[in-house]
Design a protein. Structure first.
Length: 200
């Protein structure tokens, strides 16, 4: 039963986290740029661990909180994603992601950390997936619900590590300014699509 709960949590976690989202796009971009990747992966993983634990431990209370918190987070997330998309589009126009010597501009640690935190904690989908949905599924595995939660946490660790560190193999494709411009345009479009989907 314990192994079954762990595997169920692993499968559920992977099925939810692999979907393309703002957080995954950001991790992928930092992986390609090889900038502060350990921080980015660590923040994403630690955030998932906290949120999954909250959903598993306090699902009944969180459900009441969600009735007003999720709508508020939705509009905050919408505003942030729109702005982030605009910043990505500006990078595409100016070519800021690439400089003449072929090295990517080195973003400071603080802006990267703050962006990662915002993309994680201002995204209502994160709460719906990790807190509400995974928390509900964990309750279905009582009394082995914490084993289910641990499986979901392992899924997050595996996914973010692979996504971030495997992205470096794409780096040879990003030796030109135009390639980075295409990536930034795609990022802007994805961010705006997610923002629209939030309010719809």
């Amino acid at each position: 039963m314990i192994l079954g709960s762990i595997l169920a949590g692993l499968a559920a976690g992977l099925s939810l986290i692999i979907a393309i989202g703002a957080q995954n796009i950001f991790v992928l971009r930092q992986g390609i740029a090889r900038q502060h990747l350990a921080w980015v992966v660590g923040i994403c993983l630690a955030s998932d661990v906290v949120l999954i634990a909250v959903g598993t431990a306090f699902l009944e209370r969180v459900s009441h909180l969600a009735s007003w918190a999720i709508p508020a987070m939705t509009w905050l997330g919408f505003a942030f994603l729109v702005v982030y998309g605009l910043l990505s589009l500006r990078r595409a126009v100016t070519g800021e992601s690439w400089v003449n010597d072929g090295e990517q501009n080195n973003q400071g640690l603080l802006p990267v950390v703050l962006t990662c935190l915002a993309l994680t904690w201002l995204n209502p989908h994160v709460y719906l997936d990790t807190v509400i949905l995974l928390g509900s599924l964990a309750m279905g595995h009582h009394p082995f619900h914490w084993w289910f939660a641990s499986g979901a946490m392992v899924a997050s660790a595996v996914w973010f590590t692979l996504l971030g560190y495997a992205a470096r193999f794409l780096q040879p494709l990003f030796t030109s300014r135009n390639t980075w411009r295409v990536l930034d345009i795609l990022i802007a479009l994805v961010m705006w699509a997610i923002a629209i989907s939030l309010v719809i």
